[in-house]
Design a protein around this ligand. Structure first.
Ligand SMILES: *Cc1c(COP(=O)(O)O)cnc(C)c1O
Length: 358
């Protein structure tokens, strides 16, 4: 079976050397030395001064939704993983969907403006596939209407926009380090902000709202463990190799898939991309289903990232978003990871070509 992604496992000895440290320290969780080492490594790699490691990319969204004291309506993207929307719902806020741009698949600033009401308190946008949102336009809108901005950067590890880390933008950016992501800690995530005050508040909220015997506010448990940090410390030095490998695969796929009636998007300009995903757009949903099934029969697993358009989730009544709905129906992500071999990619491409020549 070729899966859509394959989590990197470091050499066992590398992980064991960190386990030895954990056994020596007898410090398993609660901001231990390996968590601190990972956080400092991530700050350096991502070029951001204020970053915290948390249990997953979903809690990384929920904590700032609270810590920024948001109320009422959050304007958000319908083209993302479901956690972007459910984190809003879970915090008892109302997601209001703005449509996306057909080229970048990220939230459309014009649609954001059209959906602002006097109840809007924030924008929660996703750098989907690692493609940067229209950050300058969103910043202007936020300033004009006094809104907070949170970026779900679950796909955007290492992405730079105009030479700077994409995580410089927004009040808070979040990451997921789930096993399926470019950089992983098995389960994990991060919250990034830009000042000490918010950093301290996020820290308090992720650790039950108290420091020692002083109880400041309600909180939750978003702390991650030394074991997860150890996996991160093994994978962090490898990330550049992962990105290089995926970059090569991206180019090879484009070569192999030439001549098919499909559209392969490019990351927008001004961006140093991380090659996190390889999405392909078909002319209609029925082609997606045919290709997906043929590949599955050949032992190749693709994913409909991202379907359904989140405004159409069965448990909410979302605004209509025709661009997102249309793209969600027609997109398929092909297997894409650093160790995917050229031979495997040739097999995948040939199965797709077969579907179109039948
Ligand atoms: C993976 C993902 C999440 C959730 O992260 P977890 O670590 O699995 O909780 C949130 N948003 C997006 C866009 C994702 O892809």
């Amino acid at each position: 079976m070729i899966n859509v992604t394959r989590a990197n496992l470091p050499p066992l000895e590398a992980y064991e050397s960190y386990l030895k440290k954990i056994w020596e320290n007898r410090w398993l969780t609660n901001q231990g030395p390996l968590v601190q080492e990972l956080e400092s490594g991530l700050r350096q790699r991502l070029d951001v001064p204020f970053l915290q490691f948390v249990t997953n990319g979903t809690i990384a969204l929920q904590i700032p939704l609270r810590a920024l004291d948001l109320t009422g309506e959050i304007i958000t993207t319908p083209f993302s993983y479901v956690a972007t929307t459910t984190s809003i719902l879970w915090e008892q806020l109302t997601p209001v969907f703005a449509d996306i741009e057909p080229e970048t698949f990220c939230i459309d600033p014009l649609s954001i403006e059209a959906r602002i009401t006097d109840k809007t308190s924030a924008i929660l946008a996703t750098h989907v596939y690692g493609y940067p949102c229209a950050v300058e336009a969103i910043e202007k809108i936020a300033a004009k209407h006094n809104l907070k901005v949170i970026y779900d950067g679950a796909h955007a590890f290492g992405v730079k926009y105009k030479g700077k880390s994409i995580f410089h933008w927004g009040d808070v950016s979040t990451l997921s380090f789930h096993a399926t992501k470019l950089f992983h800690t098995v389960e994990g995530g991060a919250m990034i902000c830009h000042n000490q005050e918010l950093y301290d508040k996020l820290y308090l909220y992720k650790a039950f709202g108290h420091i020692g015997d002083d109880y400041y506010s309600m909180g939750i448990n978003g702390k991650n463990s030394e074991f997860h940090a150890a996996m991160g410390l093994c994978n962090l030095p490898e990330v550049d190799r992962f990105i290089e490998g995926r970059k090569g695969n991206d180019a090879f796929y484009r070569h192999l898939l030439q001549g098919l009636p499909i559209h392969i998007p490019f990351c927008p300009s001004d961006t140093e991309y991380n090659y996190a995903y390889f999405p392909v757009l078909f002319e209609s949903e029925s082609w997606v289903l045919r290709v997906r099934e043929a590949l599955l029969k050949a032992g190749i697993n693709t994913r409909r990232y991202f379907y359904p358009s989140l405004n159409q989730l069965p448990y909410i009544k979302g605004e209509s978003c025709p661009v997102s709905e249309s793209i969600a129906a027609k997109v398929l992500c092909l297997p894409h990871y650093q160790d995917l071999s050229q031979h495997e990619m040739e097999r995948i491409a040939s199965e797709i070509h077969k579907v179109f020549t039948l």
